[in-house]
Design a protein around this ligand. Structure first.
Ligand SMILES: Cc1cc2nc3c(=O)[nH]c(=O)nc-3n(C[C@H](O)[C@H](O)[C@H](O)COP(=O)(O)OP(=O)(O)OC[C@H]3O[C@@H](n4cnc5c(N)ncnc54)[C@H](O)[C@@H]3O)c2cc1C
Length: 375
């Protein structure tokens, strides 16, 4: 038995950010991870993440987006590592679609630089792109590409530097509230801690064990050589007429002269252990069919592809709360495929909840918002 202030289950980007925050505040922290991040078994696979400032999931995320960019910049300065590349983001959608309407509102609310372009203006700036007459394009110069490996490395380094310990390759099997504290059973030992934070990504729903509407969805990331068509292009996000209003596609420049594309949602839903981790011809065809409509000049074959998984909620918002089994257990789930970039702000918020502090600004993330929502 080990006595600790806090055990964290899951040392991906959310858990390691919380570990760094809690360790900075003087707590003894042990962060367990079933694998060794970065890895391809959860939600952070691939080399990059889009880090646009805007979002379309509601005003509550605006201050979290601002804060996340501030803290990422602090980490970059402190560790002398580049995590964010400022490439800009172009969002193409119907004027009142999920990307342009709410995203524009969030840019105004956040005071972030932006420009609304007509189809002609967007295509003059980015000639490889097709923009229909009934669409508009929203240009966000502050949009950044986030580099996954250095981001995770800095979070782990920062947590360790402030005294946190990582147990990588150790899987939490179960936990229970035990008096004032918590007992966690892993595949190696039994741990005793004052508090528990569950940030287990796609395996979160199993460990949380609550009736929260969560679905794990398989996604594919496909990489091309950028070539002359996409050389110097920013991040691109768009909706597609073949999809429902809440799905779309996106791409971003990657290191080494590459450019990656992915569909957002439209994937198979299931338990993470059962979701297929192989990329098939049909997956690539689904991607290239969408690209043929938006970037018809990109006809060469991709160079690489990998799978990844989202944990979705019905409103694509996160779920953060204290567990009904005891206030000493906090859980965070429902990343909904959009939440790497917010990790430093998420880490701070979760650290506050673990310490028992009130965060009224995070109350909108409680799962009771789904009660009676009919989904
Ligand atoms: C295809 C794809 C594209 C994405 N694009 C973007 C994007 O452009 N921008 C953006 O901001 N976000 C994006 N995301 C989402 C972002 O990557 C996730 O929101 C983020 O990685 C979630 O972090 P996490 O810490 O919750 O999960 P993870 O990073 O998966 O970490 C969870 C960790 O928990 C561990 N774990 C699980 N079970 C156990 C257990 N029993 N015991 C111990 N450890 C356990 C896992 O090993 C894992 O390391 C994308 C996601 C995918 C899949």
């Amino acid at each position: 038995m080990e006595d600790l202030d806090i055990v964290i289950i899951g040392a991906g980007v959310w858990g390691s950010s919380a570990a760094a925050q809690l360790a900075r505040r003087g707590h003894s922290v042990l962060a367990l991870d079933r694998w060794t991040p970065p890895h391809a078994n959860g939600s952070h696979s691939g080399r990059t993440r889009l880090a646009r400032q805007s979002m379309h999931e509601g005003a509550g995320y605006v201050p979290l987006s601002s804060r996340a960019f501030e803290v990422w910049a602090e980490y970059e300065a402190e560790y002398g590592v580049q995590i964010l590349r400022r490439d800009g983001a172009l969002l193409v959608d119907k004027a009142d679609g999920m990307l342009n309407g709410p995203s524009l509102e969030s840019l105004v609310l956040g005071g972030w630089e932006h420009e609304v372009l007509t189809p002609g203006q967007a295509m003059a700036r980015f000639p490889a792109l097709q923009v229909a007459d009934d669409e508009t394009a929203l240009w966000e110069p502050g949009g950044r590409v986030l580099l996954v490996d250095p981001a995770l490395e800095v979070l782990h380094k920062d947590a360790a530097r402030h005294g946190a310990t990582f147990a990588l390759g150790e899987r939490a099997l179960s936990w229970r509230v035990d008096g004032e504290g918590v007992t966690v059973t892993t595949d190696r030992r039994t741990l005793r801690a004052g508090r528990l934070l569950i940030t287990a990504g796609v395996y979160g729903p199993d460990l949380i064990g609550l009736d929260v509407p969560l679905q794990v969805e398989r996604q594919i990331l496909v990489t091309w050589e950028a070539g002359p068509e996409l050389d110097g292009y920013p991040m691109l996000l768009w909706t597609d007429a073949e999809f429902g209003p809440r799905s779309g596609a996106y791409g971003c420049p990657e290191p080494g002269g590459h450019y990656k594309f992915a569909l957002h949602h439209e994937g198979v839903v299931g338990h993470p252990d059962d979701l297929d981790r192989t990329v098939h011809e049909a997956d690539l065809k689904a991607m290239t069919d969408v690209l043929a409509r938006r970037l018809p000049g990109l006809t060469r074959a991709p160079t690489a592809a990998t799978t990844c998984m989202y944990t979705n909620t019905p409103d694509h918002g996160w779920v953060f709360d204290r567990h009904p089994a005891g206030d000493q257990v906090v859980y965070a789930t429902g990343d909904s495929g959009r939440s790497f970039r917010y990790a430093p702000a998420i880490g701070e918020g979760l650290a506050d909840l673990v310490e028992g502090k009130d965060r009224p600004d995070l109350a909108f993330l409680r799962p009771d918002r789904f009660v009676g929502a009919g989904e």
